[in-house]
Design a binder for this molecule. Structure first.
Ligand code: HEC
Ligand code: HEC
Length: 364
């Protein structure tokens, strides 16, 4: 696709000011002080206007909002999800300057190469241990509640607390460290204002809620005669004998409810924080995109997809949990080796192996 540069007159940036008003970490800011550097080529350019006192910034036009891939349900229009908000959200998601010590970005824990999930229970930016691993940030647009325990009712509510807890700073002060950079000013202006915590939140929410996992081989083949025999047989096991679809319900492959699998290696009340009767229950993760993940379950106690599947088949009592606290739907299920292999083939057919790798954007 041919991309045409177009000119956006943003906040007037005095030619001299560009070099001296940038706060924060001087080393990192060098990139923005030198908009002609190789690093920023194509992403950000300053128009040469020798006569005028101001140099308006040119940003490349934002890419269209990602379409919803095949297999996922339609969504109502969300006016705060615009191409420009997603573009800014992408930059913020990868920017370590959002954390106090400049060490950690959203992408550090929600690794894009691992389906925007974490493989371990990674410490926070301020070095505090995390009780849970970072869940996959895919298909969140359908979620009614955020967190493994669903204790937040909206992304806005969640991200405000989350940035403080994980990155060590609230979004407003994080933005104050980068908001003077010319590139960021232009991006914020494009979504309607001065750099602020609220706009950063809108942008991050737009970015994370448009990360989709869909368009899998199963979505393409489900109704076709070309579906491989093991995948078709695996679907029968998944929705029949193994009962997986009771909780990992198509088409999202999660019921967005909370269940107890008997994972008790860490002391974590889970959904019990919200509803005491649901102590030890966690939100069902989607199985879409699961092949990219490197750790499984809220406590990262399973290190492979097959180990996670086998935990369920064993009835969830492997860690010595009292069977009475395990969800009654989760029973010990004995599969033949062929049924087990077919089940694995089906679960793997819910991930799209052709989705292109996520490339870290050049930051302002
Ligand atoms: C230090 C690791 C870490 C960092 C950094 C981090 N997260 Fe998270 N994230 C987590 C963990 C752990 C959870 C699960 C929290 C819970 O269940 O209480 C989570 C949960 C989430 C969720 C909820 C997903 C769901 O399925 O309900 C969203 C959305 C999210 N993070 C977005 C972000 C964004 C955006 C950033 C950057 C501003 C970020 N995270 C930075 C570890 C991290
Ligand atoms: C009773 C509801 C229920 C049933 C039935 C069920 N699951 Fe789960 N599954 C969950 C919940 C809840 C989690 C997350 C548990 C946690 O982290 O504490 C989960 C997690 C997983 C994970 C790990 C995903 C991740 O990102 O951490 C996989 C893989 C999985 N299930 C596959 C299956 C398969 C295959 C079956 C059928 C054999 C199945 N599940 C049956 C509720 C269920």
């Amino acid at each position: 696709m041919k991309r045409t540069l177009f000119l956006i007159a943003v906040a007037i940036i005095p030619a001299l000011g560009l070099g001296v008003t940038l706060g924060g970490c001087p080393k990192k800011n060098d990139k923005a002080r030198d908009p002609g550097s190789k690093h920023d080529a194509g992403k950000l350019a300053v128009a040469t206007d020798a006569a005028g006192p101001a140099e308006p910034l040119m940003l490349t036009p934002a890419l269209p909002v990602p379409p919803i891939p095949a297999g996922l349900p339609a969504l109502p229009e969300n006016p705060s999800i615009t191409p420009e908000a997603v573009a800014l959200g992408e930059l913020l998601f990868f920017d370590t300057r959002l954390s106090t010590a400049n060490t950690m970005a959203c992408a550090t824990c929600h690794d894009p190469a691992a389906g925007f999930a974490g493989g371990t229970r990674q410490d926070t930016a301020s070095g505090k241990p995390n009780l849970r691993r970072a869940p996959a940030l895919v298909n969140l647009a359908w979620h009614k509640a955020l967190g493994w325990d669903g204790r937040y009712a909206s992304l806005a509510e969640h991200l405000a607390a989350h940035a403080r807890g994980q990155l060590g700073d609230d979004l407003a002060s994080a933005v104050s460290r980068i908001g003077d950079l010319a590139g960021y000013r232009a991006h914020f202006a494009r979504i309607g204002g001065e750099p602020s915590g609220d706009l950063a939140m809108t942008a991050l929410a737009a970015y994370v809620s448009t990360r989709y996992a869909g368009g899998s081989p199963w979505d393409r083949l489900e109704r076709s005669p070309d579906v491989p025999a093991d995948v078709r047989a695996g679907y029968q096991v998944f929705s029949g004998k193994a009962q997986c679809s009771v909780c990992h319900t198509p088409p999202l492959y999660t019921d967005l409810q909370y269940h107890r699998l008997g994972l008790i290696a860490t002391a974590d009340e889970g959904r019990g924080r919200v509803e005491p009767a649901q102590k030890g229950a966690f939100k069902t993760p989607t199985l879409r995109g699961a092949t990219a993940r490197t750790g499984f379950f809220h406590d990262a106690s399973a290190t492979s997809l097959d180990a996670a599947i086998d935990w369920h088949l064993a009835g969830g009592t492997g860690q010595g949990a009292d069977p009475s606290i395990v969800d009654p739907v989760l029973k010990k299920i004995v599969l033949t080796p062929k049924e087990r292999a077919d089940l694995g083939a089906f679960v793997r057919a819910l991930s799209d192996p052709s989705s292109p790798p996520v490339v870290k954007p050049a930051l302002p």
